[in-house]
Design a protein around this ligand. Structure first.
Ligand SMILES: Cc1cc2nc3c(=O)[nH]c(=O)nc-3n(C[C@H](O)[C@H](O)[C@H](O)COP(=O)(O)OP(=O)(O)OC[C@H]3O[C@@H](n4cnc5c(N)ncnc54)[C@H](O)[C@@H]3O)c2cc1C
Length: 310
């Protein structure tokens, strides 16, 4: 016999835990599966300074432990387990956990997040939290009046470079190709920005520094006759080469955009399948912040409650 629940939440980031707080306080007795990364992405960072309510800042791990405690306090059933399959079109929806346990759910809130893409250099892991970041909005403040590099040639990279130019003294934009993928308007903005220096045809070979990033080893025109290796001195290295939403198991059922983000009804968390809601980074190609994820988790729980009471 499979277990039957009214509200199943997939993922334990700010979106999932916030949905669990609201759903448990609405008497939906939610069950939440934490997945491979209990607490979500914020557990990989040190200080979080922009989550409202913490004037002194808080570590990512403490913040997530607090959210978890708050959800448990109101009765959310938080479990270890990874959702490995989902039949969302069934009624009730059938969710398989760890390849064996099947849960039948009247409503499902998907909050599985999105993972930033990295270049795959060993130095990215070595300097994680010590100068390497995939989020200018989150970490740019730590680089005021310092020199940073942004990797990428799309609109996001341009946006990150422009944002950082408002804080840092200089921004290198490292673009692999001889041109950018970004829209013309974004390219123009970057090119006109006196603080941004664009390095075309350039790849990153590695990073260096004693107690954090102090510079990057770069190569220009890799593999060509005019290949040239050189170093730049930087304090921060920002990746802006895209994110991968964690939606593989829902493909073919939920409407996804071309990158894989779940499409929701504008201003809501409802998806194309009644009773299935998407909250947090998994449905947000634009903001990807803890507070926006938490806000949409709140919306998802309220929508689930209204769906169940209809
Ligand atoms: C290094 C770093 C620093 C950051 N700093 C800040 C900051 O200072 N301020 C800020 O606002 N934002 C910051 N962010 C961004 C912030 O962490 C995210 O916007 C936020 O965590 C998104 O929350 P979420 O709930 O959507 O998903 P996530 O936090 O990504 O959580 C996703 C959850 O889904 C689970 N999951 C995935 N697949 C499955 C599955 N198949 N079954 C079950 N569970 C699954 C995972 O285990 C995880 O618990 C930072 C991000 C990073 C990586």
């Amino acid at each position: 016999m499979s277990e039957k629940v009214r509200c199943l939440i997939i993922g334990s980031g700010p979106a999932g835990y916030t949905a669990a707080i609201y759903a448990s306080r609405a008497n939906l007795s939610p069950v939440l599966y934490e997945g491979i990364q209990p607490g979500g992405q914020l557990t990989t960072t040190t200080e979080v300074e922009n989550f409202p309510g913490y004037p002194e800042g808080i570590t990512g791990t403490e913040l997530m432990e607090d959210l978890k405690k708050q959800a448990e306090k109101y009765g959310a059933d938080i479990r270890t387990g990874i959702v490995t399959a989902a039949d969302l079109k069934a009624s009730p929806k059938k969710i398989t956990v760890d390849g064996k346990t099947v849960i039948e759910a009247d409503t499902v809130i998907i909050s599985t997040g999105a993972t930033a893409k990295y270049l795959g250099l060993p130095d990215e892991a070595k300097y994680a939290g010590m100068g390497v970041s995939a989020c200018a909005t989150c970490d740019g403040f730590f680089y005021r009046k310092k020199v940073v590099a942004v990797v990428g040639g799309g609109d996001t990279a341009c946006e990150e470079a422009i944002y950082l130019s408002g804080l840092a003294s200089k921004v290198y934009l490292i673009v692999r190709k001889p041109f950018m993928r970004a829209s013309k308007v974004m390219q123009d903005r970057v090119e006109k920005n006196e603080k941004i220096e664009i390095l075309y045809n350039t790849n990153t070979l590695g990073l260096f520094g004693e107690n954090g990033v102090e510079g990057a080893h770069l190569i220009r025109h890799k593999g060509e006759a005019n290949e040239e290796k050189f170093d730049i001195a930087i304090d921060g290295f920002f990746l802006a080469i895209g994110h991968k939403p964690n939606t593989d198991i829902f493909a073919g059922q939920l409407d996804l955009d071309e990158v894989g983000y779940i499409k929701t009804v504008p201003n809501l968390t409802s998806t194309n399948i009644p009773g299935v809601f998407a909250a947090g980074d998994v449905a947000d190609p634009i903001f990807r912040q803890a507070i926006t994820a938490a806000g949409s988790g709140c919306k998802a729980a309220i929508e689930a409650e209204r769906y169940l009471s209809e």
